[in-house]
Write a protein that binds this ligand. Structure first.
Ligand SMILES: NC(=O)c1ccc[n+]([C@@H]2O[C@H](COP(=O)([O-])OP(=O)(O)OC[C@H]3O[C@@H](n4cnc5c(N)ncnc54)[C@H](O)[C@@H]3O)[C@@H](O)[C@H]2O)c1
Length: 256
């Protein structure tokens, strides 16, 4: 049995997550499914999504809806959200989770690769939100949009200028949409995780030396797991946070 909270207000609610096949996204697909939400997600990683769906079904929860979509294809992205909502009976929650934190030298970044970086890290969150807001307004019930930024949006480390710029852009987008659609009972908030231990981070960047340095900088000397971010996303999606909007939440063990 889970030691974490159950939110009755999430039961039966349609929840759409971008980049849900691995990492934090997969933890959220699993966590929302565990709440009895109707979960849909998109990703490029079909095999990982199939495995995740299997594991969730085996745990006794409804198998999540999945479609292989490249989020930089805006028509396909919006189409997937609309199709999921048509089948799920609307949309209550959108989690803009997808990202790509590939490192690049600022002075050697081409116009094309900059545009690609914005497309996956910022633009898709805007266009997914556009589609979600339309659906949430039609229902009259409102909803919750949860964006994933990063503490790097405020720390600005080297070698990832596109990612840092896009993640900072999400903070502004959160404010703009929260202000404009609060009247429709649509809440918009952003989570800024610290270094979360996912397989991708372990494979690419989270070396023992880098982790030791990280641990020097944080108050809580423990790894941040994907589920820690998922827990905050659940709260921001549930009615327990019904008067919280327009906010940014850092979850980094006390680094920032
Ligand atoms: N892991 C961390 O340490 C960390 C730290 C701060 C912020 N974040 C943020 O949290 C969120 C989730 O992080 P994560 O580490 O799990 O991310 P990740 O990069 O490991 O996973 C993102 C998912 O998106 C998918 N994806 C990538 N490009 C895609 C595309 N074009 N179309 C469709 N799917 C695509 C990937 O296959 C993957 O399943 C991201 O927004 C990330 O920026 C993560």
């Amino acid at each position: 049995m889970s030691r974490y909270a159950i939110y009755p207000s999430l039961s039966g609610v349609p929840v759409f997550i971008t980049g849900g096949a691995t990492g934090i996204g997969a933890a959220m697909v699993e966590a929302f499914a565990g709440q009895g939400a109707i979960v849909g997600h998109i990703d490029l990683a079909e095999d990982a999504a199939a495995e995740l769906g299997e594991a969730i079904a085996e745990a006794g929860h409804a198998r999540p809806w999945f479609r292989k979509v490249d989020v930089t294809d805006v028509a396909a992205l919006k189409g997937a959200i609309a199709d999921f909502a048509a089948q799920a009976g609307g949309l209550g929650v959108l989690v803009n989770n997808v990202a790509n934190d590939t490192r690049h030298d600022p002075l050697e970044t081409s116009e094309e690769s900059w545009r690609k970086c914005m497309a996956v890290n910022l633009d898709c969150a805007f266009f997914a939100s556009q589609q979600a807001i339309e659906l949430m307004r039609v229902s009259g019930k409102g909803g919750s949009i949860v964006n994933f930024s990063s503490i790097n949006a405020v720390l600005g480390p080297a070698n990832m200028p596109g990612y840092v710029t896009a993640k900072a852009g999400l903070l502004g987008m959160t404010k703009a949409l929260a202000r404009e659609y609060g009247v429709d009972k649509i809440r918009v908030n952003t989570i800024l995780p610290g270094w979360v231990v996912t397989q991708r981070q372990l494979d690419l960047w989270l070396t023992p030396e880098a982790e030791a340095e990280w641990m020097e900088q944080v108050c809580l000397k423990e790894r941040i797991e994907p589920r820690d971010s998922a827990n905050l996303a659940l709260f921001l999606a549930a009615d327990d946070s019904r008067m919280i909007t327009n906010q940014h939440f850092v979850i980094d063990g006390g680094r920032v």
